[in-house]
Write a protein that binds this ligand. Structure first.
Ligand code: FAD
Length: 467
């Protein structure tokens, strides 16, 4: 009989729960990735990055086995397999606990049942799954701190031995047309730096971070210019890196505040996964009912200026250009630009969430929606609506010399520290001296922070009254 190992966001051969079971229990095994065009986005760095990782994974698997690609809607794809491999009777995969993946899993499981296919599905993506940590009443937590208190006491899962046996894997290409379709799809994508993707690169990045940067993490992680965060998000998103491996390697480091802070960040990942599983409508709707009636201004020109990094607020613009150029943005900057979009521009957080979905190479719906609802003050345990970030103060605090701003805004490179955060204050003479014409080379501020702050507070209070 034949089994299928269905890979999704677990693109790795080591420490993979479903794969370890599939290898142990099977006589003949089909390794599969199913490409579903329903999930496609246009002009998306996120998608490009995922396909680059998929291609790297396929090359790795194909060295001594074969990763079969199927293209189309999942049910049609599995029907095709059923028609081709008549002795197929089992499927293995790592579960999705929330969002699109969860809905897809529930639908396809009905199909498997009808076809007599036995499903073996496993928890694999998180240190603690969405339903594992509940409060005394047996309900989901809403606030992070008590969740974290319980989370940190719980024993963490250890890496799963996954001895790969290529002998049992079906190597013949069963669906050449589907593989060709994937090749055509990725042919036009810009080359990704292959040194920074794949399972091996992910482990190297983990080791580099732990040996070189972890000790400074506590003090340096908030400063975008220092680039001292782990940069593991991309690998965790594709599953090139197992979270259990991260935890195990982290535990080998000596105890420190930095280590605890990093552990806490990993807890946020589990927390937001739990929040999304508990609030499946969260992508479309604010969690807090009192903020479902905010009258957003949703000005298209302002939205476009925000996306392009042309708002006249250097820290916001540099951050957005980092996103557009690299597909990644530093956490402090994600908070600043999300706060700016929602409170300074009064643009619906869902617009920002979708733009991040399109651009982020580490896009994870639970963390992204969680981050946006936090910044928009609509989420659970979010920043209070009246505590509004001042983008200029944030910039002076977290990029004091303006080094980060200069690295993404070449037009401001010559500005001295006293002007780098507020170029709109340049006199005519300054503009001549530094060779910048405001309004031409760099925009004036598109909004007045003080005025918008008042408007935002009013919009949130009005929503509360209406609710
Ligand atoms: P590190 O500081 O090294 O953190 C290590 C790991 O901990 C990260 O890789 C990530 O898995 C986890 N982590 C850290 N902070 C958070 C957090 N606040 N929430 C959840 N997990 C966290 N993270 C994503 O992985 N995908 C997203 O789509 C995403 N969107 C965000 C949107 C907004 C508006 C905000 C404010 C935050 C978002 N984050 C998202 C969280 C955070 O910004 C990134 O995880 C982090 O910047 C990734 O870089 P790193 O791996 O170097 O982080």
């Amino acid at each position: 009989v034949t089994s299928i190992m269905w890979f999704r966001r677990d693109l790795r051969l080591e420490d993979n729960t479903a794969l370890s079971h599939a290898l142990k229990d099977s006589e003949k095994l089909l390794l599969l990735f199913q490409v579903n065009p329903e999930q496609f986005l246009t002009e998306s760095l996120n998608q490009q990055a995922f396909f680059a990782s998929l291609t790297a994974f396929q090359q790795n698997v194909n060295r001594n086995a074969h990763l079969q690609i199927l293209y189309g809607n999942p049910q049609e794809s599995f029907q095709k397999i059923k028609d081709t491999l008549t002795d197929w009777d089992r499927v293995y995969f790592n579960q999705d606990e929330r969002g699109f993946g969860n809905t897809r899993d529930r639908e396809i499981e009905k199909f498997f049942k009808e076809q007599g296919i036995v499903v073996h599905s496993y928890m694999d993506h998180h240190l603690h799954g969405a339903k594992e940590i509940k409060n005394k009443q047996g309900s989901f937590y809403k606030v992070f701190t008590p969740y974290y208190q319980q989370w940190k006491e719980k024993i963490k899962p250890t890496p799963v031995e996954t001895p790969f046996n290529p002998k049992i894997v079906i190597k013949e290409t069963l669906f050449p047309k589907d593989e060709q379709q994937l090749e055509e799809l990725i042919a036009d994508l810009p080359d990704q730096n292959s040194d920074s993707i794949g399972e091996k690169a992910a482990i190297e990045q983990l080791n580099r971070f732990l040996t070189e940067d972890l000790s400074d993490y506590e003090t340096a992680r908030d400063y975008p210019n220092l680039d001292k965060t782990s940069r593991l998000s991309r690998h965790l998103r594709t599953g090139e890196l197992s979270i259990r491996t991260v935890w195990q390697e982290l535990q080998k480091q000596k105890n420190s505040i930095a280590k605890q802070t990093f552990e806490k960040e990993l807890c946020w990942r589990d927390f937001y996964n739990m929040i999304y599983a508990a609030n499946p409508e969260q992508k479309e709707q604010p969690i807090q009912e009192q903020f479902r009636f905010i009258r957003w201004q949703n000005d298209q020109d302002n939205f476009s200026a925000w996306k392009k990094g042309q708002t006249g607020f250097p820290i916001v613009d540099a951050a957005m250009r980092q996103l557009n150029q690299t597909g990644w943005m530093h956490n402090r900057l994600r908070m600043i630009v999300a706060s700016f979009l929602t409170k300074d521009l009064l643009i619906d957080w869902r617009w920002g969430e979708r733009y991040f979905q399109q651009m982020l190479i580490d896009y994870d719906p639970a963390s992204n929606i969680g981050g946006w609802q936090w910044a928009a003050s609509t989420g659970t345990d979010a920043v209070p609506y009246f505590r509004i970030f001042n983008p200029t103060t944030q910039a002076k605090k977290f990029d004091p010399s303006g080094a980060f701003i200069r690295s993404y805004l070449p037009e401001l490179r010559e500005l001295p520290e006293k002007l780098i955060h507020e170029p709109y204050k340049m006199s005519e003479e300054d503009q001549r001296n530094y060779g910048i014409q405001l309004g031409t080379d760099y925009p004036f501020q598109i909004v007045d922070h003080k005025e918008m702050r008042k408007k935002a507070i009013y919009a949130y209070e009005a929503s509360k009254e209406f609710a």
